[in-house]
Every structure is written in C-alpha cells, then in structure tokens.
Design a protein around this ligand. Sequence first.
Ligand SMILES: [Zn+2]
Ligand SMILES: [Zn+2]
Length: 337
Amino acid sequence: MICAKQVFRCFKRVERAGDALTGAAGPVFVLLAVVLLSVGAFCFFEIVLPTLRWPLLSAPLCVLVAANMFAHYYYVCTVPPGFVSDAPPPRGTGLLWARKRRAARNRALTGVRWSEELNVTKASISKCKRCGEVRPERAHHCRICGRCVLKYDHHCPYQHYRPGINQCVGLHNERHFVLFLLYLSLSSLCFLVLGWQHVWSALGWYDDTWNHYSPEIAFLMEYILAVVMFFAVTVMGGYHLWSIANAETTVESQDHEHYRKIAKSRGDVFVNSYDLGKLKNLELFFNVGKDGYPLYTLFLPLRIEPYTDGRSWARRQGMERHPGVHIGEELTDEDED
Ligand SMILES: [Zn+2]
Ligand SMILES: [Zn+2]
C-alpha cells in the first residue's frame, strides 16, 4: 500500500516537472508551429492552388480557410483565457470584432448578455486552496499558470503531434481554440486531397522538372505532416465538439463521470444542469443564433464575446445546481491532482 502511494507521488512529481518544462519551452514550440503552418500554406498556394479547377471560386475559398486557421491560432495564443483576478476584458470595437445582431445590440448588459429565453443563475462561489482567489463555479486552478481561470478547460502546452498554444484554454479563448482545430483539420484535408498528384512529381516519378520555389523535400514533409495532422486533429476536434454538445468542459467530462457513479450507487441519477440539448449547447458555446451573433461569424476570422461573463450560467429550467450530486461531494482541484 505504501509502495503504491510512493509510486503515485513519484509519478505526480515527474508530471509536474514535465509541465514546468513544456511551460518554459513553450514559446519555441509556438514559433515552430507558426513556421510549419506558414511553410505548409506557402507550398499549397504556390504548388497546388494554380492547378485547381474553377480558380475564381477555389482561390477565395482556400484563402478564407487559411485566414481562419491563422487568425484563430493567433487569437487562441494571444487572447487571455479569462483569469479570475483580472478585470473583465472590454468589449472590442475594432474591425476584427463581429457585429451583433441588430436586435441584440442594445440589450442592457447584465452579467449575462444573452438572457432573453434562458434560465440563467448566478454561479456558486468557492475559494481556491492554492492561490486563495474567490472564484465562481466552472473556474479551476491551472498549475502551470499558477492562477484560477474562468470556465477552465485545459492548459495547452506543445505536444509532438500537434501545435500547442502554450497557454490555458478558458472562457475567452475556447471558441478560437475549437475553431482553430476545425480549420486546421479542414486545411490538412484540402492539402492531402488536392495535393496528392504533386507528391509523385516531388518524388521524381514523372519526367517533368520541378519548377517551384518550394523545394521538393519541403513539400513532401508538409504533405506527410498534413496526413498526420488530419487524423490527430480531427479526432481531437471531434472530441471537443462532442463535449461542447454535452455542455461539458474537459475537466467536467471527467468530473461528471465520477458524479454519475456516486449517484448510481445510491439509486439516484446525476443530471448536468448546464445541458440544454445538443443544438442549444453548441449555439451557446459559439454564441450564435437568436440573441447571439449571426451564423456567418463561424466562417470569418472574427472575434466575438462569450455569452456570459463567467459568473452566471444558463441552466435547465427549475435547476440551480446539478441534481444527483450533494453539497460537499463536488470534486475540487485537489482531488483531481
Ligand atoms: Zn487558484
Ligand atoms: Zn494554464
């Protein structure tokens, strides 16, 4: 028993050292990701795009997909996730900020901006045992940032099979994170489907000469990268979309599994009170639909505000908390360590 505990503690220590290392080495990997994405885009636009049919249609579409991918990557790396102790970010007015629907533009700003038909309740409050911050529910402490983050999803360091962002994913950048994954997956798909004929040329299997600025080796490496990315990122993006459709963050999807077991053990049923149905959950996450932003904001590289300030949450009618889990049974950040 003691041995098992020691092994567990040792494992945690190694994990923490890994966190510190990825946190420190992060900026280098962000730079690497930007270089790889840029070389990939250059290869595609220089070699593949000129050979596509219907250039008047295909060229603007490809530019739009690439612009979305780069813009959302930039936003997810630079927009703060929403630290509990920071003042709420001011509402943006620049060109890159999407315009709200006319009907929703002049609504009084309450804690929650999209509140017409929703049952919105104030978040319960707890105190973080690590940084002492008083924080609303759905906020969690990030060990790498050392601060509490509103609607904390995960800290995203660099990982070898996909570009990391080297910061937390939370309330204010989660939409950009998911859109980045989706546009990266779409870009990789375009590269691997539309570029495969050029692979044979790059390998020298045809007699034609390689008349491009991009070297053959760069094209081949980016092609292999696109294949790997497509599978890895599609799985990841799909997982996140599924969690969003179930109104759960990455942390919550694990916690709720635990609550379901507790509730079941006493013949009770756990209900996620944030879950308003798959479509409504997706609408709220992307903040589109009635009273939110227009749907086209999903296809343009724009910034928008989340539907809430992170201190109130939309819930199922008549619910103030999740039925099935009693007060005191909720997992804390310490339990998750
Ligand atoms: Zn904290
Ligand atoms: Zn973090």
